[in-house]
Design a protein around this ligand. Structure first.
Ligand SMILES: C[S@@+](CC[C@H](N)C(=O)[O-])C[C@H]1O[C@@H](n2cnc3c(N)ncnc32)[C@H](O)[C@@H]1O
Length: 310
């Protein structure tokens, strides 16, 4: 399994070489750009017709790269680019992490039924299992998506999720950002959320999450989509996001805007040395720390949005 990080930007075609050079100097290992996304029909997520000759450039970085610095330097670089290519030469689109399972399937050997929290057990479909009466068994086949419950960041989310559903009133509407296999969203549905939306930038993950939802009998209450967070409507009682610290910080305003006042936010995927940084950034947008978990090199934060519940 290989893990990468990526940054995607929009730019005009004539600036692609300059930007490729810029990202290479910042440690990018490869670049891809896709003009089809901005073909004659435009980007489906964008209601306005796109300008001509705009492309979307994705730069791929090693796992250790600091995307926050790369993004900041990219924004600083735009005025320089504008001097050569004219006004508005580009815009930041998204930062993401990518898990590449390759063709090897050795991980299957390590994926056994595993109890997480008080009542939840995660297992793959090929492992037989006889649950105790109060147990909630999630059958998760990962395909090429992240999220088998073997990773600490997922386990801490499941534990905090279980605690959130033990509270009164329990959450009803749940948003799972970076759903991967759908494991967290499906767990929320099994814990009785009435509506759960799982979103992911990776269409493969969304496909896998949909299949897992059907296998767990929650397809009426859990929906997976590639809808960008900026296009997600409505507010949620509980939001989960197990993505890297830099991405969490990048999305802080969009995430909190979709959280009900008094609502619960579970953030994971944070390297422990970045835990305080994420906490401070979320406090600045009206969230307060309500709990924290540490496992190995990872931290998960439980936050509440200020304000009284409706
Ligand atoms: C660490 S995995 C988490 C999977 C699962 N939720 C879990 O907890 O095991 C992170 C997922 O977030 C997705 N992702 C990364 N950046 C994202 C972004 N900006 N918006 C939505 N999804 C993103 C990745 O494609 C990946 O599936």
């Amino acid at each position: 399994m290989t893990r990468w990080k990526s940054i995607t930007v929009e730019t005009r075609r004539e600036a692609v070489d300059a930007l490729s050079h810029f990202f290479t100097e910042h440690g990018a290992l490869g670049m891809a750009y896709d003009e089809r996304l901005f073909g004659p029909d435009g980007d489906p997520a964008d209601p306005l017709p796109p300008p001509e000759e705009v492309t979307r450039l994705t730069a791929y970085f090693p796992w250790e790269a600091d995307l926050h610095t790369v993004k900041r330097d990219f924004l600083d670089f735009l005025p320089v680019l504008a001097r050569s290519f004219g006004a508005e030469p580009g815009a930041f689109v998204s930062a993401a992490e990518i898990t590449d399972f390759g063709w090897a399937e050795q991980w299957k050997e390590h994926f056994k039924p595993r109890r997480i929290g008080r009542r939840i057990t995660v297992k793959p479909s090929w492992e037989p299992y006889s649950p105790a009466p109060e147990e909630i068994v999630l059958t998760i086949d990962p395909g090429q998506a992240f999220g088998t419950g073997t990773h600490e960041t997922t386990q801490m989310c499941l534990q905090l999720l279980e605690e959130a559903f033990a509270a009164v009133p329990a959450p009803r509407r749940v948003l799972d950002i970076g759903t991967g296999t759908g494991i967290l969203g499906i767990a929320a549905a099994r814990l009785n959320a009435s509506f759960t939306l799982g979103i992911d930038v990776d269409p493969k993950g969304v496909e896998v999450a949909g299949e897992n939802a059907r296998n767990n009998g929650v397809e009426d209450r859990f929906h997976a989509a590639t809808t960008p967070l900026s296009c997600v409507e409505g507010r949620y009682d509980l939001i989960l996001a197990n993505v890297l610290a830099e991405i969490l910080i990048d999305l802080k305003q969009e995430i909190t805007a979709r959280l009900e006042p008094g609502g619960t936010l579970i953030l994971s995927g944070i390297l422990s040395e970045k835990g305080d940084w994420v906490e401070t950034e979320y406090e600045a947008v009206g969230c307060r720390l309500a709990g924290r978990k540490e496992e190995g090199q990872w931290t998960a934060l439980l936050l509440r949005r200020e304000g009284a519940p409706a």
